[in-house]
Design a protein around this ligand. Structure first.
Ligand code: SAH
Length: 369
């Protein structure tokens, strides 16, 4: 069993080894937070087991996940346990490894990019900075919600002005954590931020001060998965938030896998790309459904149909724009009643990417007016 860190959400932040293990697996057991990082080219015969919390469904109890890992391994399968971020940073990866060890199942850990550092970075916050923050604390804020008290020493953390605090599982626990820090004497003006779905197309962040953060987060309606960052380096967010300034930040586009140049150009412009080949694999289906798409690029009538069927099967209802590279695609999209259709010449992928980028930027400017 390989315990693989899927990274913080952006599929590009899965490690090379993590991807290798996934492509060689017989079975993959994945969390909801890790779903978007599944490679869409995962072979169709790989068994997929989703064990995360999905809206409206209860999460699979930890004992059942442990038992599933042991069972699959005993069946002689190469198993990947795909977990959000890094497997050993919260999320009970240590417990799963202990259980495998106790059952005598061989395992390895493939570390991942943890959200506390990566989501902060993409919100413009370096977690350390010379002469400003000389240490970082990764903590679980969920502790605040527990009735039997907390193991986190908020009183000590509040004393250190040259440090960064990163609070995982921080969405609902934020007011409690802030109250404890203020009560222990931390300055109310300490820069503080909350980042939701960091590194993904759905990333949102709120930059504020310690005392004002809970209200600001409430106004903005940020929800889990989100983490808070408290400390002096948060003040850099306004200058270092390069990621949200990219022209296609926030866009999530399904693009044919084969259109490599097009994909690269759109990704460089800041879009999250879901590479798809039709008919889609089960893994691609999970990835497509992980977050709303803002658009898709279709080359032919057949791709329009495949996309449409996928869409009805998944129940996607958010509006998206279809970029049609050929006339037969445009015609079929119209026949199918698609409303936001843009016709682009797909002969040259670079030129096509430039057209898509320009149109999306114009659409955004129009929305901003
Ligand atoms: N092992 C994971 C953390 C699992 S605990 C890691 O290393 O990142 C789950 C918590 O992680 C969430 O409640 C949230 O606080 C945080 N988290 C995970 N992904 C996130 C993301 N993309 N943006 C912000 N917070 C995230």
């Amino acid at each position: 069993v390989s315990l693989v860190g899927a990274g913080p959400g952006d599929p590009g932040l899965l490690t090379l080894r993590g991807r290798e293990r996934l492509l060689a697996a017989d079975a993959v057991v994945y969390d909801r937070l890790a779903a978007g990082a599944l490679p869409t080219d995962l072979p169709a015969n790989v068994e997929l087991h989703g064990v995360g919390k999905e809206a409206g469904h209860h999460p699979v109890p930890q004992e059942e996940i442990n038992a599933l890992l042991v069972r699959l391994a005993r069946e002689g399968k190469r198993v990947v346990r795909l977990k959000g971020g890094d497997p050993y940073v919260f999320g009970r990866g240590g417990e799963e490894a202990e259980c495998l060890a106790a059952a005598g199942v061989g395992f390895e850990v493939v570390p991942g990019v943890t959200s506390g550092i990566a989501a902060a970075a993409l919100a413009g916050i370096p977690v350390t900075h010379r002469r400003e923050a000389v240490q970082v604390t990764l903590l679980t804020a969920h502790e605040c919600a527990k009735s039997d008290g907390t193991q986190v020493r908020w009183d000590l953390l509040a004393q250190d002005p040259n440090a960064t605090l990163v609070g995982y599982m921080g969405a609902s626990a934020l007011p409690g954590a802030v109250a404890r820090l203020l009560a222990a004497g931390m300055s109310p003006g300490t820069p503080a931020a909350m980042v939701e779905q960091g590194t993904t197309s759905a990333q949102r962040s709120v930059i504020s001060t310690l005392a004002s953060l809970p209200d600001a987060v409430k106004r903005a309606g940020l929800k889990a998965p989100a983490l808070f960052v408290i400390g002096p380096t948060v003040r850099h967010a306004d200058t270092l938030n390069w990621s949200i300034r990219r022209p296609l930040a926030g866009e999530r586009l399904a693009v044919p896998t084969e259109a490599v140049e097009l994909r690269t150009a759109l990704e460089e412009a800041g879009a999250e790309i879901v590479p798809v080949s039709w008919p889609v694999t089960s893994a691609a289906r999970i990835v497509l459904g992980a977050r709303p798409l803002t658009g898709c690029i279709v080359r032919s009538a057949a791709e329009v149909e495949a996309f449409d069927e996928e869409r009805s099967a998944c129940g996607w209802d958010s509006p998206w724009t279809a970029w049609c590279l050929r006339n037969d695609a445009t015609e079929r999209a119209r026949q199918r009643g698609w409303t936001r259709i843009e016709v682009v010449d797909g002969t040259d992928e670079r030129a096509c990417a430039a057209d898509v980028i320009a149109a999306l930027v114009t659409a955004r400017d129009r929305r901003a007016l």
